[in-house]
Design a protein around this ligand. Structure first.
Ligand code: PDD
Length: 286
């Protein structure tokens, strides 16, 4: 496996960083996961924009010549596709504030950010078919993370704990709600529901990540014009009473949910609306 570290492509085993790196000591950094199929990146430019927005929000400056995220992702694809033979590849890109000489909370001066990236296999992108698709089982929990969830922080302990709680029970994901009982997102994905014939998803704010898959799906639903799509708050009760529920992320694309907290969603099988919008997502994603 060839990885990327601070301007150079090199074997992953040779990619080394200091234990004083603030990514390691503080989780002080942000990341992206860009999916690709048969060597083609999905929305590379949107992932690059989100990375740049996040960097400016947390005050990390990467040299222009080292922040061509699409070129880094394509460079990794070119060097790794031969030994990732299924051709479904995720690119992880990580920027941390860099290695300081001491452990002090304030941003250090004159420290060079660490830029690291590597390629890994992801699930194939199957043609959506509701008779074949396996619906996910999820549980719900109050969101116990922080209040800057729009930043794609590498400090993922909150997400990891919510995800592990479901994984340990043999469940696929944990859908999160805030103190007002409104659904925000899930531990590694965004949430959509079909309620009274309308597709709904929580509006963007500091409580959820502005998912790229969410963005592409919303645009493709609006282009097709067959269904109404509304960005609005969803109560936990509404979610549990929805006809369909889906999760979106770069690694799972648009995934149908059939069980929430041990109760069937709708009639307990993968829905028709999912099949149509997931097909549409596939035609619009590149
Ligand atoms: N996770 N919300 C959270 C908390 C996420 O971690 C993710 C993605 C999403 C979906 O965003 P996108 O559509 O841009 O992938 C929403 C990535 C894939 C991960 O951490 O592996």
């Amino acid at each position: 496996t060839i990885a990327y570290l601070n301007g150079e492509f090199k074997p992953l085993e040779q990619a080394q960083i200091s234990p004083m790196d603030r990514g390691f000591l503080f989780g002080d950094g942000i990341y992206e996961v860009v999916p690709s199929y048969a060597g083609k990146l999905v929305a590379g430019n949107l992932h690059a924009q989100r990375m740049n927005r996040g960097l400016s929000e947390i005050g990390i400056k990467v040299l222009a010549e080292e922040s061509n995220w699409v070129a880094i992702a394509e460079g990794l694809l070119a060097r790794n596709l031969d030994h990732l033979p299924d051709q479904n590849v995720g690119i992880y890109i990580h920027v941390s504030r860099g290695a300081d000489t001491k452990r002090f909370h304030a941003f250090p001066e004159g420290v060079k950010p660490t830029v690291f990236a590597f390629a890994f296999s992801i699930a194939p992108s199957a043609v959506p078919d509701r008779t074949q698709a396996k619906g996910l089982h999820v549980q719900t929990q109050e969101d116990l993370r922080w209040r800057r969830c729009h930043i794609k922080s590498t400090s993922l302990l909150g997400n990891v704990m919510h995800f592990q709680d479901s994984f340990g029970k043999g469940i696929n994901e944990t859908v999160l709600y805030n103190q007002d009982g409104m659904v925000t997102e899930a531990s590694v994905s965004n949430v959509f529901a079909v309620i009274d014939g309308e597709i709904v998803t929580p509006p963007l704010d500091n409580q959820l990540l502005p998912g790229i898959t969410r963005h592409i799906l919303i645009n493709s639903i609006r282009k097709d014009g067959q269904y109404q799509l509304v960005e609005r708050q969803i109560t936990l009760e509404e979610l549990k009473g929805a006809d369909e529920v889906w999760l979106t992320s770069s690694s799972k694309e648009v995934a149908p949910v059939v069980m929430i907290d041990n109760q069937a969603v709708g009639n307990g099988v993968v829905g028709e609306v999912w099949e149509q919008v997931a097909k549409s997502y596939h035609t619009h994603k590149f």
